[in-house]
Design a protein around this ligand. Structure first.
Ligand code: DGJ
Length: 529
């Protein structure tokens, strides 16, 4: 007992949530083991005790294990240095009662580029807390990253928030924190104020030159030419947020991430046509160099285009960056991207606007948040929930492949070396299904994880998964197919699939089913004649 004297609260602490890298792949460890964020983000103004009753039914309906909720700076620090933790305490308490983990979103200096969540005492004092100056001298509705007092105030508030969470959350209900929200600026590519201009005319920091792989040395304009404005703003915002993140981490070292309003990853258009300063795909290196306390740069996905979504997932999944999708549209057609995200080793996924407060962000999201719109997201989570921890671990070990159906593509093949998993869409359950037509709408998706040489975990929706010998050319046979769930790391079968249920392959419908599959190949006793 003496050992724990004076540390009674901490003796019961669970391990700190952490991001663990292995050979360029990542897992989010929660309670000491890989965890898959099956997330739901509430609407912007829904993280109040008064709205919680409209949040929980939607969160429950989609079977989320984690909810993402903002902390509003204007509420947290109504007077300078006077912090009100009552709302954040209520959120933590509500999450515990509803048995979900919490990701806090710090709505601080930037919220979709604007300073609208700054406390009023800041917004009403533009001299101490300056806005960006546009190219013609006009004020832009976005905080200047060169506002030294703004930076000091944000650091102090974010540090206070994390210090408080550390104190009240030995149970680790809070597992990650987002720093700001879609930081950067709409309406100007950078800050043109005299203070910013002086830095712009000075030398490019060595870390930026290195990140951009240039040996040119000089001012920003000399070094980067037409890209200078945009790269400069990315560096300025990243450096600011890197300091805020470091101040919070010094209090409580939770994993921290920054979310991006994306630019089109295939044909981006000119700077200024997308939000400038945030971690868009062209400046990820600058962000990594300038904000080392930020663990993850994360894409918010609102692009209903298979090729673009795929490209975004590939670009944000890097050896130095875990893929995490903290926001994706809650329109039904985005649900299948869950599989593409897992196939790119995502540590989590979270549709936006999951509550019944009555607000809808159509046309970005669903026209209505109701049973019909929530069902496809619910199916995803119900499907993987019986094996979520195992899938997170297997993904960390590089053993998971997963694909989503795309328009006009009725077949996909996943290569596991000696075995190939063939995914097809739109075939009848009974029969060969040689010419799959695809589903009427592309709603399918499949996940296959290798458990041992001839053993796989299979889960999917609206598809058929079948296996072929990848190398021997011999005919596959199912030795054993079990449906079940994991309990404390052990697979518990509830039934065996055989006969019609395996003869034509494994047909997966809208029923959430996880299968453990053992394969072998047919061999004649005497070998080849
Ligand atoms: C992305 C932002 O991060 C969200 O907070 C929200 O404003 C959506 N866009 C639009 O509803």
């Amino acid at each position: 007992m003496a050992l724990f004297a004076g540390r009674t609260t901490f003796a019961a602490d669970r391990p700190l949530p952490s991001l663990v890298e292995k050979e360029g792949r990542y897992a989010l460890f929660v309670d000491g083991a890989p965890y898959l964020v099956l997330g739901a983000q509430v609407n912007n103004s829904s993280a109040w005790p008064a709205t919680m009753a409209q949040v929980w039914p939607a969160v429950k309906r989609i079977h989320a294990n984690t909810v993402e909720m903002p902390v509003y700076w204007e509420q947290l620090e109504p007077e300078p240095g006077a912090f009100d933790y009552s709302v954040v305490d209520a959120l933590i308490d509500q999450c515990r009662k509803n048995d979900v983990r919490l990701i806090l979103l710090w709505f601080g200096t930037w919220k979709n580029g604007s300073p609208h969540y700054m406390p009023l005492w800041m917004r009403q004092d533009p001299v101490r807390f300056p806005l960006i100056t546009g190219p013609t001298g006009q004020p832009v509705d976005s905080a200047s990253p060169f506002g030294q007092e703004t930076l000091a105030a944000d650091k102090r508030a974010f540090a206070a928030l994390l210090r408080h969470v550390r104190k009240v959350d030995a149970r680790r209900t809070v597992i990650m924190v987002q720093v700001e929200n879609e930081a950067g600026t709409w309406g100007a590519v950078r800050d043109y104020s005299p203070a910013a201009q002086r830095v712009f005319d000075g030398p490019v920091p060595a870390e930026v030159a290195k990140a951009m792989k240039t040996t040119a040395a000089g001012s920003w304009k000399q070094t980067f030419g037409k890209d200078a404005d945009e790269l400069f703003h990315a560096w300025a915002v990243a450096r600011f947020i890197g300091e805020v993140a470091a101040a919070g981490k010094a209090e409580y070292a939770l994993p921290l991430y920054v979310n991006a309003a994306l630019r089109d990853p295939i044909s981006p258009g000119p700077p200024g046509s997308y939000e400038s300063g945030g971690p868009t795909d062209n400046v990820l290196g600058i962000w990594k160099a300038a904000a080392p306390a930020v663990d993850i740069l994360a894409p918010d996905i609102y692009m209903n285009d298979d090729a673009k979504v795929q490209k975004v997932l590939e670009v944000y999944r890097r050896p130095d960056n875990a893929l995490f999708v903290p926001e994706i549209s809650n329109a039904s057609e985005y649900a299948r991207s869950f599989f593409s995200a897992l196939g790119n080793q995502a540590i989590g996924f979270s549709p936006f606007g999951i509550d019944h407060t009555g607000f809808v962000n159509y046309p970005l999201g669903a026209k209505k948040v109701n049973e019909e719109s929530l069902t496809p997201f619910a199916l995803n989570y119900q499907l993987v929930e019986p094996a979520a921890r195992e899938i997170a671990r297997l993904n960390w070990e590089g053993k998971v492949k997963a694909v989503a159906e795309r328009k006009g593509e009725a077949k996909r093949s996943m290569d596991f070396g000696a075995w190939r998993a063939e995914v097809s869409y739109g075939v009848e359950q009974f029969g060969f299904g040689n010419n799959p037509p695809g589903n009427p709408e592309p709603v399918g998706g499949a996940l296959v994880a290798q458990l041992a040489a001839d053993e796989f975990l299979v889960a999917g929706l609206h598809c058929r998964v079948d296996f072929q010998s990848g190398t021997s050319g011999k005919q596959r046979s199912y030795l054993r197919v079990e449906e079940g769930r994991y309990e404390r790391g052990q697979f518990k079968a509830s039934r065996i699939w055989n006969g019609d249920q395996t003869d034509w392959g494994l047909n997966l419908t809208s029923m959430p089913q996880v299968l453990r599959v053992k394969l072998y190949t047919l061999t004649s006793p005497g070998g080849a004649p």
